[in-house]
Design a protein around this ligand. Structure first.
Ligand SMILES: Nc1ncnc2c1ncn2[C@@H]1O[C@H](COP(=O)(O)OP(=O)(O)OP(=O)(O)O)[C@@H](O)[C@H]1O
Length: 283
């Protein structure tokens, strides 16, 4: 049973019968979904399962998505992608201010809000840097600041940490969770990393063959320890739903794509399950 607040507040996102095909291929097949305001949701699935297509539909980027019962999403939506999409010819603060709008309800100017957002993501003092002078992780921090400055009701993140090394990714996990705790937007985080989904989200969806095949609530406090056996149980359930054995080998079915078991999984640097909490590595 969902918490009372979630039952009383209208959902931030509502999809009813969302369908999307590319030629003969149906990628999203009559998807129904509600995301309550303020919920942190991860969307997992094999490569090509339609995660980005779903995110793009919710973001309003894809106008060809048919929904018999419709799609509703909040007005203020921010999207963060795997690459920061910072304009190389604009300084960091100028990038953050793109789409920042005017003064906020407290009378703060866009520049004040931009500076505050950069400070929140740990980039105070880097306002006048060019994007090319930032590391990959810092660029994603700036992208998060740009997303935040719009004060979004819904934050859509499409594999935002996919290009980062394992240690930076864990730091970014802690940062994203902190930002969520402070601002409480609804979050839809697209990832193919089971550890990332289990460590960050309060609810994990698995997209398989155009449908949401699993809708799992993760009732564990934050920050979560990768060593917590309870987290391990959720992780194994998700891996099983994806048809991947805990050793990282595919279990045969269901759709033969690739799904990462992230920092804790096979072939990666042994952070994840081996080490500490995100809190501990933040340093
Ligand atoms: N504009 C397009 N035209 C044709 N096919 C498309 C288009 N966009 C997506 N597809 C197809 O739809 C399917 C789902 O793509 P999507 O990018 O949503 O998958 P994904 O789950 O996000 O994958 P990944 O994890 O690899 O990013 C893929 O088979 C892809 O080739």
């Amino acid at each position: 049973m969902a918490p009372i607040a979630e039952q009383l507040t209208p959902p931030a996102v509502r999809l009813a019968g969302l369908t999307r095909s590319f030629g003969p291929r149906t990628v999203l097949d009559d998807v129904d979904l509600e995301i309550p305001a303020g919920q942190f949701v991860a969307l997992l699935g094999h490569s090509g399962s339609g995660k980005s297509t779903l995110l793009r539909a919710i973001a309003g980027i894809d106008h060809d998505t048919a929904g018999s019962g419709g799609l509703s999403a909040p007005e203020r939506v921010s999207v963060v992608f795997q690459d920061s999409r910072l304009l190389p010819w604009s300084r960091v603060l100028e990038n953050v201010l793109l789409g920042a709008g005017g003064r906020d309800a407290d009378g703060r100017t866009p520049v004040e809000r931009g500076r505050a957002a950069l400070a929140e993501v740990g980039l105070a003092g880097r306002e006048r840097a060019w994007p090319g002078q930032l590391s990959g992780g810092e660029q994603q921090r700036a992208a998060l600041a740009r997303a935040l400055v719009r004060e979004p009701e819904l934050l859509l993140a499409d594999e935002p940490f996919g290009a980062l090394d394992a240690l930076t990714r864990i730091r970014m996990h802690a940062l994203l969770r902190e930002l969520w705790q402070r601002h409480r937007p609804s979050v839809l985080l697209v990832t193919h990393d089971v550890d990332e989904a289990a460590a960050l989200a309060d609810r994990v969806l698995v997209l398989d063959r155009g449908r949401i095949s699993v809708d799992l609530r993760i009732d564990l406090p934050h920050p979560r320890s990768y060593r917590d056996p309870l987290l391990g149980e959720y992780r194994e359930r998700l891996l099983a739903a994806l048809g991947v054995r805990p050793d990282g080998e595919p279990d045969g079915e269901p759709d033969g794509g690739t799904t990462s078991v992230g920092a804790a999984g096979a072939g990666s640097v042994g952070v994840g399950s081996a080490a500490a909490t995100a809190e501990e590595v933040r340093g």
